[in-house]
Design a protein around this ligand. Structure first.
Ligand SMILES: Nc1ncnc2c1ncn2[C@@H]1O[C@H](COP(=O)(O)OP(=O)(O)OP(=O)(O)O)[C@@H](O)[C@H]1O
Length: 522
């Protein structure tokens, strides 16, 4: 008899071990919660006739227990109790859970006894007709990760331990996998965001210069590019205002349409309005045809008003109206035309001073000065000179079919010690000239004007070997100094030079004469 019993025990044990082996094979395939659910249902329910009343996992806070999985069929007949149970928040300190989590091999509850003692969950379990509730801690190593509650008539200790160990591993894997997926998603989102940022910044890739001052410019550009906000680009002549305006447009949602540019200084005063707002046929002498203005042309795009400080006062009022009302009227026309235009304006003038002097409308200035971006003069960013030089050398050697691969350190040093009144444009022209004059593969010599050296500024230098432009420039600066910077009007430099104020302005621009030149102390 004893032999028979011992034999039966061996057979049961073997069956249990076979079961555990099969279960571990099922579990090994588990990647997701759905896989685990399927595996549990297939093996526990079908073979052991055991139901998963609940699996909980410990939340990231290490305190709350989160419902992870349960057998839905259990609750078909007991919705109310189930809903009430769902409303509850379990924690690791709650009596039952605390007991289970601190136990070695879990606890067994008699379902009927538990129900009689008033345990609401047990009342739910009772509906299955299964006798026992087995509760086990889920552990990975020494770390509790949750609990499992199984309902069955009988489960051996070996089976319970095996199930708990396998499910613990599966849940730990699922959680790790979920974390990995979340992390991946987060990285993908970040990547997308960074790509957007880079496309914003590196849409600015044709702009050379990585020094601190230009970094600030790029930062501001990135902030404003996406919006329809008016941008005021300030800076001396040749600092790259137009380049910046184009880059802002190219990084904006309007980039698919062409940016429209108007150079306010290049237009005679009587034609500015017609250029900006258009005209009807016969609106003035010479208006043979109807013509649409640049504002209309720039509808749903960007209108770049270069040298906006040069706009005549009358045109300023019309511009103000167009900005305020977002509508324009053609010269000689009666129709109001709605426009959706993003404005980027630039000037090398000090608009505040222009306002004070009555040459620029204060209300227009406030409308334009919404988001100013100040471009640094080249002399303030000598750290960018090398990169700019190499960029222009490469550009102009390509254009002229030369192969110039190097620039000597001496040349870079020379370029760095010049004050660049004409800024990047002046550097660009100088490199263009120097490339043409270079016959070998290294740029060894540049022809820098000797006035405006940062180290030794002096006007008592040699007067020979200077171009007419250089002589003009020095002379104009001298006159401006004598007139204390006054350009037009009585006692202004234009009157002394016997040329109109506007012509002097253009000449100064052309020659790169800025306030720093004639207000400098030397
Ligand atoms: N950071 C830069 N990187 C590369 N090229 C530049 C840079 N800044 C200016 N340039 C080049 O210098 C020249 C002058 O630039 P741009 O016409 O934009 O200057 P600006 O400030 O608008 O001048 P102005 O006030 O005289 O109209 C252009 O050929 C432009 O491409």
């Amino acid at each position: 008899m004893a032999n028979i019993i011992a034999n039966e025990q061996v057979i049961v044990k073997q069956a249990e071990q076979t079961f555990l082996l099969d279960f571990s094979c099922e579990i090994a395939r588990v990647r997701t919660k759905a896989d685990l659910e399927a595996a549990i249902f297939k093996v526990l329910d079908k073979i052991l006739h055991a139901k998963v009343a609940m699996i909980t996992v410990i939340a990231d806070d290490g305190y709350n227990l989160v419902r992870f999985m349960f057998d839905e069929t259990l609750f078909d007949h007991a919705r109310e109790v189930y809903d009430e149970m769902l409303g509850k928040q379990f924690t690791i300190e709650e009596t039952y859970n605390a007991k289970v989590l601190s136990s070695e091999d879990g606890l067994v509850f008699n379902v009927e006894e538990e129900a009689m003692s008033g345990n609401a969950l047990a009342a739910l379990w009772q509906t299955t007709g299964l006798k026992n509730a087995y509760s086990l801690p889920l552990r990975v190593g020494d770390r509790n990760i949750g609990t499992i509650w199984l309902l069955a008539n009988h489960l051996s200790q070996l089976i319970l331990r095996g199930i708990a160990a396998q499910i613990s591993i599966a849940i730990a894997n699922i959680q790790a996998n979920e974390k990995l997926q979340n992390y991946k998603k987060q990285l993908e989102n970040e990547n997308l965001y960074l790509k957007e940022q880079i496309s914003n910044i590196y849409n600015f890739s044709e702009i050379i210069g990585n020094g601190a001052e230009m970094q600030e410019v790029y930062r501001l550009m990135s902030l404003v590019a996406n919006s329809a906000t008016t941008v005021l680009v300030l800076g001396e002549t040749g600092t790259g205002k137009e380049l910046i305006a184009r880059a802002i447009h190219n990084a904006s949602p309007r980039k698919d349409k062409l940016m429209v540019k108007v150079n306010c200084a290049a237009l005679p005063a009587n034609l500015v309005e017609s250029e900006l707002f258009g005209h009807e046929r016969g609106a003035f002498t010479g208006a043979i045809d109807r013509r649409i203005g640049k504002f209309e042309l720039a509808n749903q795009s960007t209108l770049f008003l270069d040298e906006v400080g040069e706009l005549p006062l009358e045109a300023q009022s019309k511009l103000l109206r167009a900005i305020q009302e977002r509508e324009v009227e053609r010269v000689g026309g009666k129709q109001i035309i709605k426009v959706d235009v993003r404005l980027v304006v630039a000037t090398n003038r000090n608009l505040e001073e222009e306002v004070k002097a009555g040459r620029f409308r204060a209300d227009l200035y406030f409308r334009l000065n919404v988001f100013p971006i100040m471009l640094p003069p080249l002399r303030n960013r000598t750290e960018d000179i090398e990169a700019l030089t190499l960029f222009f050398v490469e550009k102009y050697s390509r254009n002229s079919g030369r192969i110039i691969r190097k620039v000597t350190p001496g040349v870079i040093q020379q370029l760095r010690s010049y004050s660049w009144p004409g800024n990047v444009r002046e550097l660009e022209h100088l490199i263009e000239r120097s490339v043409l004059l270079t016959t070998n593969s290294t740029l060894q010599e540049v022809y820098i004007p000797t006035n405006h050296l940062l180290s030794e500024r002096s006007e008592n230098k040699e007067q020979f070997n200077r171009t007419l432009d250089e002589v003009d420039r020095t002379y104009i600066i001298g006159v401006l100094k004598r007139c204390r910077g006054k350009i037009s009007g009585h006692g202004g430099a234009a009157a002394i030079l016997d040329i109109p104020g506007n012509t002097l302005h253009s000449k100064m621009r052309k020659l790169g004469v800025t306030k720093t030149d004639y207000f400098s102390k030397e």
